[in-house]
Ligand binder design. Structure first.
Ligand SMILES: Cc1cc2nc3c(=O)[nH]c(=O)nc-3n(C[C@H](O)[C@H](O)[C@H](O)COP(=O)(O)OP(=O)(O)OC[C@H]3O[C@@H](n4cnc5c(N)ncnc54)[C@H](O)[C@@H]3O)c2cc1C
Length: 509
């Protein structure tokens, strides 16, 4: 495993590997594999139970209250009929057969999928976000036509800013072939069939607060057009097949023999009506909330979970669990996984053998954001040594005021935003018809970038992406640039210099 894991293929290369596939080119992941996920989760459960964990299956969290130094959790009564224990070490023993007794816990990790935002809201956090739900439907391809393609084929989404991926060709772990998913807007996280489970609940969901986020998303004409197409492919097998025929023209509607198992994605919408791409981690009272966990998906969830546990343990939130379970030897390399996630760039790490041996972990450290169509290749795919103009950053005194100006007065759209390690904030915007990005930068007092705002400080920096920032840094210094933040003082693969007039230049790797 390493540099040769990925290969760039031409259309001809693809045809040699998969004669029925038509495309302009492809990225081939040589260790791509399919996992029997029920078997995987069952194995995890058994491992966790051996380490002392107890599972409260069939119990639904109905409400949560802060009670001094702990939380009190109420489960849906009718289901909570058995004697159970919530704390893996048996420190907190709870009998939920007494239906009115709430479960006390010192710390809650909320990973409730389609309901996680509701649980976060119940504890007073993440209230600026809301969610919409999209059902992904599949069709099974009859065994006589499995020969059409032996590998997973994923197409490039036409609208990466919207949660609509075009249907793929999928090879399941048991050899079945499916096409899908589409992404049909549905009212709730468990609307696996039809349009409504409960029309009253659907209306309530549409108008739940904050209402503005959904309204902003729903007036986006691209969104409405694509949502209509997605509905068409839900109603018509032919419409679904047509989308796959774009890259697999030999597919026929009659090859689709029966519907596959659908899934529902809970997609978080921010106050600007944007669909948030990454998972959002939100600390709350005696709790930590993971919402919008769609990417890196089930495949990435073991690595992500290891990272969350390490994060919470480092912060002392798990100290009350005095007895530490021994890390199972051999299967999990927690430290390597967490280090890879902290890295400022995508990197590989060896992982669970059931997961195909190796995964690519998307680093969460500071890195050039991969959005707006700017492709940041994974490590192993060489970037040419050329300077690609990336964005212009300007320093602002009041982020909300500037954001309102650039979005409302100028009509730009937010494509990415975040918080820097030192507490500073950035928001990237694009205007109509251009990929040029403007980045608004705000730094709090105490940050090393905070300085009195005076005329001449408006221009914060210009950023360029290239393969080797250290080499480029030395090269530009030789050519007359002045140092600002040299590689040895940098937090990651980003360095700063000043141009002849003192304008800061950022180099990102
Ligand atoms: C159509 C579709 C296709 C996908 N394809 C892939 C793929 O090919 N590869 C991939 O890696 N990922 C894929 N994903 C993504 C993947 O399924 C999700 O990222 C993953 O399931 C999220 O895991 P989770 O544990 O966060 O949430 P979930 O899997 O939703 O689990 C949340 C759990 O919390 C429970 N829960 C919810 N509310 C409560 C409550 N109030 N009280 C108690 N329990 C509660 C639920 O019952 C559930 O068991 C796909 C998703 C969809 C929708």
């Amino acid at each position: 495993m390493g540099d040769d894991e990925l290969a760039l293929l031409t259309a001809e290369d693809v045809r040699r590997l998969e004669p029925n596939v038509r495309c302009y080119g492809a990225i081939w992941s040589k260790t791509d594999t399919a996992v029997d996920y029920p078997a995987f989760t069952q194995a995890l459960r058994e491992e966790a139970e051996r380490a002392g964990a107890k599972f409260l299956l069939g119990s639904e969290v109905e409400s949560i209250d802060v009670a001094g130094d702990h939380l009190e959790i109420r489960l849906v009564r009718e289901i909570a009929t058995d004697r159970v224990y919530v704390d893996p070490r048996g420190k907190i023993r709870v009998n939920v057969a007494l239906q009115d007794e709430p479960l006390p816990t010192r710390f809650l990790i909320n990973a409730a999928g389609g309901h996680s935002i509701d649980i976060a809201h119940a504890l007073g956090v993440g209230r600026e976000y809301t969610d919409l739900h999209f059902r992904g439907e599949y069709w099974e391809v009859g065994p006589d036509w499995h020969y059409l393609c032996g590998r997973n084929i994923y197409t490039v989404p036409r609208h990466p800013e919207l949660p609509f991926l075009d249907p793929h060709w999928i090879v399941r772990a048991d050899g079945r072939r499916e096409i899908g998913p589409n992404a049909v807007p549905v009212p709730g996280p468990y609307t696996y069939h039809g349009l409504f489970d409960d029309p009253a609940e659907a209306v309530q969901k549409l108008f739940e607060r904050p209402v503005g986020n959904k309204l902003a998303a729903l007036v986006n004409p691209d969104f409405l057009t694509l949502a209509t197409e997605e509905w068409a492919s839900s109603i018509s097998k032919r419409a679904m097949a047509k989308r796959v025929q774009e890259f697999l023209p030999a597919l026929r509607v009659k090859y689709l023999t029966r519907p596959g198992t659908a899934g529902v994605r809970a997609q978080v919408v921010d106050p600007h009506g944007n669909f948030v791409k990454e998972a959002i981690e939100i600390p709350g009272p005696h709790s930590f909330h993971v919402v919008n966990y769609n990417s890196p998906g089930a495949t990435g969830s073991p690595a992500y979970t290891a990272w969350i546990v390490q994060l919470l343990a480092k912060a002392g939130h798990l100290d009350h669990l005095k007895a530490k379970a021994a890390k199972p030897a051999g299967l999990w390399d927690f430290d390597a996984v967490c280090a890879a996630i902290e890295a400022p760039y995508p990197c590989y790490c060896t992982f669970h053998p059931m997961m195909g041996g190796t995964i690519i972990v998307r680093g969460k450290g500071p890195r050039p954001p991969n959005d707006g169509g700017n492709y940041i290749p994974p490590s192993g795919v060489a970037l040419p040594m050329k300077y690609r103009f990336y964005y212009t950053g300007i320093r602002v005194r009041n982020l909300n005021r500037s954001l309102a100006f650039y979005t409302k007065a100028i009509g730009m759209k937010v494509v990415n935003q975040g918080t820097m390690r030192h507490g500073g904030k950035y928001v990237q915007l694009v205007g109509a018809g251009s990929r040029q990005k403007l980045e608004l930068n705000w730094y709090p007092a105490g940050s090393r970038f905070h300085s009195p705002y005076r005329k001449g400080e408006e221009m914060d920096h210009l950023a360029f992406v290239l393969a080797d920032v250290r080499k480029a840094y030395r090269e530009l210094i030789r050519k007359g640039a002045k140092p600002a933040v040299p590689p040895e003082d940098s937090e990651g693969t980003e360095v700063y210099l000043k141009d002849p007039d003192g304008i800061w230049i950022e180099l990102l790797q």
